[in-house]
Design a protein around this ligand. Sequence first.
Ligand code: GSH
Length: 217
Amino acid sequence: MAGDKLVLFGETTWTSPYVYSCFVALKEKGLDFEMKLLSLAGDEHRRPEYLDGSLTGRVPALRHGDFWLSESSAIDEYLEDAFPPPRHRRLYPEVHQDRARARQIQAWLRSDLMPLREERPTTTVFYGEKAAPLGAAGQAAAGRLLRTADLLVQEGATSLFGSFTVADADLALMLQRLVANKDPVPPKIRAYALAVWQRPSVREFVEHPRPPREPAG
Ligand SMILES: N[C@@H](CCC(=O)N[C@@H](CS)C(=O)NCC(=O)O)C(=O)O
């Protein structure tokens, strides 16, 4: 199984925070993999062969040999199990309570903070698109994110658990929605987000060429 080919299904604009998480995980593991890019605007993710494999019809999906898996955090965890440390770099903390915390952060970032995700879409991070000032709902979500990050991030820390984990990649991207838009972010949290943003696996995704942005409307 470990010798089987790995394919990550992403999308053509390279702006999906979920594809980002799995891309970073694969890079951290040092694995060879092929990227297959689907045009969401062209409904390529709704084709029967993709729906059958992914089950959800969403990106990302991972194909490992003939095994398919979707849902980004399930993919991250699968990669940790299929390509475990020490041979492959660790994606989750070793201590079980820290590991649970990392999974909690991943689940929370995927299920909450909707107004912030809407008012600060990842196109503002990856394409530098301009965003309007945060509205009341966006400000409230930003406040909750920053309050939580303040509890999680130690002064001067560049990772949550002493060394990089995939939860850092996910949290840093959520924080970048504020940092990249020059919204107020306390120095400790900003420094943490910027440090994670320098990680080579993260840089590879951030700097990947993107097609010109389609004009809205
Ligand atoms: N919970 C999923 C969310 C995946 C998701 O929402 N992907 C978006 C792209 S960012 C997608 O496929 N959208 C197309 C659609 O839902 O039709 C995960 O973590 O992988």
